[in-house]
Design a protein around this ligand. Structure first.
Ligand code: UD1
Length: 360
């Protein structure tokens, strides 16, 4: 593109992994993040891993003036919009905060892009936009509809983007519907660092493996699935990140607005995840079957055909890779980014010393 790619929320879990893959693919990036649920340390580590520097702005994307400064300072060719609040439970307690934050930031970003003549956008959407239905394998044309404010913000932003693309014939927009991102970069240097008590399955598995969560609840074993526990499409975050690189390449040549699933196409149950985690890492988990969690669908996985056809992309990493890489990140950084990079170097040293001893 020659121009830079602006990543809003580029310090977050998916943003930081995408930042790394973009740099590795030769793109120039600029990051805007307010660190509301992320750490500048993630970006320092991306710099260390790629040996490349890039500008970072600590701003709130809903602040149009701050955003405009970035567009004036750098020649932006495309935007990937990751920034947003994303905790389902919290969104039900604070719906206004979710609508205000997620919609405001998107509107100011779009106004800014329009004013500056930037017309390529990748949006972080979610499989949560699919309406609950009997159809487990999700194709992009299935009906949409949500059950919590977080999901509705994704749904509404998709609609806003479709409306904009309909009247702006030069715009190219990809609505990437993520399934369940897990894992970490294989270096163990960047990964997911949830603030507060995690709600999603993999961060809770990690806490349980470390003894911080004494009992991991499996939410329901009476679903109509192969072992009675819920089935989801878990996707390695590095595969997901590469999907964004492929989407940017696609937007260079195509106009209009497309919703595209990013998933593996394979569903695994909660028990499949726990078994794979134990086997791949040689650790044991302490879990028990509990009641169903309200709002959970029995099974949901992607039809990844459209991503393959349009983007030439498909997920490559296995469930064992996801489990191993998540655990490595956790072991190297027991307190997440707060551990500091020294913890990571130390873990690397210990591992290579152990390997040396084994070889002797
Ligand atoms: C959740 C959100 C979804 C969001 C996605 C990514 C809900 C209802 N959905 O998806 O909107 O886009 O995260 O952040 O919250 N489970 C357990 N024990 C646990 C935690 C989870 O058994 O301690 C089970 C759940 O019942 C579910 C599966 O693990 O069947 C995955 O759960 P989770 O990681 O929260 O993802 P989703 O619910 O699929």
């Amino acid at each position: 593109m020659g121009k830079m790619v602006l990543l809003t929320g580029g310090a977050g879990y998916i943003g930081s992994h995408t930042c790394l893959e973009l740099l590795n693919a030769g793109f120039d990036v600029v990051v805007a993040d307010n660190y509301s649920n992320s750490s500048p340390e993630a970006l320092r580590r991306v710099r260390a891993l790629t040996c490349r520097n890039f500008p970072v702005y600590e701003i709130d994307v809903s602040c149009r003036a701050a955003l405009e400064e970035i567009f004036k300072k750098h020649e932006i060719g495309a935007v990937i919009h990751f920034a947003g609040l994303k905790a389902v439970g919290e969104s039900m307690e604070k719906p206004l905060a979710y609508y205000r934050n997620n919609l405001d930031s998107t509107l100011s970003l779009l106004e800014c892009m329009k004013a500056q003549g930037v017309n390529k956008l990748v949006f972080s959407s979610s499989a949560t936009v699919y309406a609950d239905s009997e159809v487990e394998k999700k194709t992009e044309d299935l009906p949409t509809g949500c059950i919590n404010p977080y999901g509705w913000t994704k749904y509404m932003i998709e609609q806003i983007l479709r409306d904009v693309a309909a009247v702006e014939p030069d715009w190219s927009v990809a609505l990437l519907r993520y399934f369940n991102p897990v894992g970490a970069h294989e270096s163990g240097c960047i990964g997911e660092d949830p603030s507060g008590i995690p709600n999603n399955l993999m961060p809770r598995v990690l806490q349980n493996a470390r003894g911080l969560l004494p009992v991991l609840g499996v939410f329901g074993d009476d679903y109509p699935t192969h072992d009675g526990t819920c089935v989801r499409d878990y996707i390695h975050v590095v595969d997901l990140a590469k999907g964004h690189v492929a989407a940017l390449e696609y937007l260079k040549k195509h106009r209009g607005c497309e919703a595209i699933n990013l998933g593996t196409g394979v569903g695994y149950s909660v028990l499949d995840i726990l078994n794979s985690f134990e086997r791949a890492n040689g650790v044991s988990l302490n879990y028990e079957i509990q009641g169903r969690r309200p709002g959970d669908a029995a099974a949901c996985y992607a039809d990844p055909g459209k991503a393959a056809a349009l983007l030439g992309w498909k997920a490559e990493k296995s469930l064992d890779d996801m489990c191993r890489d998540a655990w490595r990140w956790q072991c190297y950084n027991p307190e997440g980014y707060a551990s500091g990079i020294e913890a990571w170097y130390k873990a690397q040293d210990t591992e290579s010393e152990e390997k040396d001893l084994e070889e002797k």
